[in-house]
Design a binder for this molecule. Structure first.
Ligand code: AMO
Length: 434
């Protein structure tokens, strides 16, 4: 029966003489008449010793049988002394990408151009194993707290997040759009009586700029809950989610974090997350300006990328965690659905982690008349939002929610310079393949 690379040592300790391993040829080294082959499977790398020349190419898929033997010098402390080798699928010799190399030395565009092959690189694959843990921990935490997972349509009739950054799609004889977020749907489902919902799904933004923090398609980890009084309850919920995510990544992905250690990959301790400061917008601007002044930087008028970086640096120094929540954003900075705290401020927040906004959220306006009055001020025609407005017209609990950007969170855990690295098949202005 097939065993995995990670289990070869224990097979060797048990004296297994007939172990079977399958995977890809990661590396070949010939030493006289002996070939040392590094085999890669989903669990890692393992050394095969073959008493012959290896005439197979790198990346060929093989299955081997042999004796498991302890060897301190081999990766993982064991090797397989091969008695039988079978090629399941040979790889062409002209590999366009050095799969077993250090990807950070290859340019990002080349890595993305060769996505099917670059994903074979253990460090690149590690990114998506971490991401899988994030999704799993996020979902598990919410399920345990009585949230229902939803899947909503990504074909919509209008925008929710303001601006004109919508992708239009031909839909029979009319135009529809790709959803910028599941905002209206998650609110509808809270009002439907589900009360607590979450969704993990793609969101689309037709933003023209090309920055290390923007994708045109990203995965949004969305949460919405009923019967809240302010954004503070949501911040507490997000702290619980992040603490669980970091705990699970530390537990399940220590090997993956190690592959990105040179980039400073790490997760904060769960207890540190609960210590993250919650700073009202005006105060946060003050902190950003003080930090900027210390570094002789420019004056800051807004929570822009520089401010996000400064506030996280401050939080790390003052609270021991590079995570901070900024709340009470002015109305002018938030979408139509934000709930007012007073005539200027809203019950909204952002979470900043390691210098970047990873979350936006807040309490929502749930009063029908107030919503009717607010929409035109944001350039939205109430007639175009009839279904959405009907949820307020017919009784809706006070509620709120937030969304975490999956790629940004992943990139910040691993120390990746660009969110595109944390997207399996990133979409940007130029790229729609592979
Ligand atoms: P917002 O538009 O701030 O809020 O998005 C929430 C989070 O999603 C991520 N994100 C992105 N990631 C990569 N590329 C992009 N172009 C991009 N745009 C957003 C960020 C951001 O913090 N409906 C609200 C959320 C809510 O209030 O529930 C919304 O979508 O991490």
């Amino acid at each position: 029966m097939r065993i995995l690379a990670k289990d070869l040592k224990s097979a060797a300790e048990k004296g297994e003489k007939n172990a079977v391993l399958s995977g890809w040829i990661h590396r070949i080294r010939e030493l006289g008449a002996v070939s040392f082959i590094v085999l890669r499977d989903r669990s890692g790398l393992v050394q095969l010793v073959l008493d012959a020349k290896c005439d197979l190419t790198l990346e060929s898929v093989i299955t081997v049988r042999g004796e498991a033997a302890l060897n301190e010098k081999a990766p993982g402390g064991a090797e397989l002394r091969v008695t039988e080798i079978r090629c399941l699928s040979g790889a062409a010799p002209d590999l366009p990408f050095q799969v077993n190399g250090d990807v950070s030395r290859t340019g990002l565009e080349a890595v993305l151009d060769r996505r099917p092959l670059s994903l074979r690189n253990p460090a690149v694959r590690a990114i998506f194993r971490v991401q899988s843990t994030i999704i799993e921990a996020f979902s598990a935490y919410l399920r345990e707290n009585d949230f229902t997972e939803i899947k909503t349509s990504k074909l919509v009739s209008g925008g929710t997040e303001g601006g004109t950054n919508l992708f239009s799609v031909d839909y029979f004889d009319r135009k529809v759009y790709l959803a910028q977020s599941p905002q209206c749907y998650k609110q509808m489902l809270v009002a439907s009586g589900l009360e607590r919902v979450f969704e993990v799904a793609q969101a689309y933004r037709a933003e023209k700029h090309d920055t290390p923090r923007h994708l045109n398609e990203y995965v949004s980890l969305d949460v919405e809950m009923g019967f809240i009084e302010s954004e503070k309850e949501l911040i507490e919920l997000e702290k619980g989610i992040l603490a669980r995510v970091f705990e699970e990544v530390a537990r399940k992905n220590s090997g993956d974090l190690e592959l990105w250690a040179k980039n400073g990959a790490s997760v904060p301790k769960p207890e540190a997350v609960f210590n993250a400061p919650v700073i009202p917008y005006e105060e946060a601007l003050g902190i950003a300006n003080e930090e900027s002044a210390k570094k002789k930087g420019a004056r800051i008028f807004d929570i822009n990328p520089d401010a996000e970086r400064y506030i996280c640096e401050w939080a790390l120094r003052e609270r021991g965690v590079d995570l901070a929540f900024v709340n009470e954003f002015p109305r002018r900075h938030r979408p139509f659905y934000a709930y007012p705290l007073d005539s200027v401020r809203t019950m909204t927040f952002d979470a900043l982690f390691r210098g970047i906004e990873i979350t936006s959220g807040g309490r929502r306006q749930h009063d029908y008349n107030a919503q009717l009055e607010a929409l035109p001020r944001f350039g939205v025609k109430p007639e175009s939002m009839e279904d959405y407005l009907s949820i307020f017209k017919y009784g809706c609990p006070p509620h709120g929610g937030f969304a975490i950007g999956l790629e940004r969170l992943t990139a910040k855990i691993l120390g990746l310079a660009n969110v595109k690295e944390a997207s399996l098949f990133p979409r940007d202005r130029r790229r729609v393949t592979p």
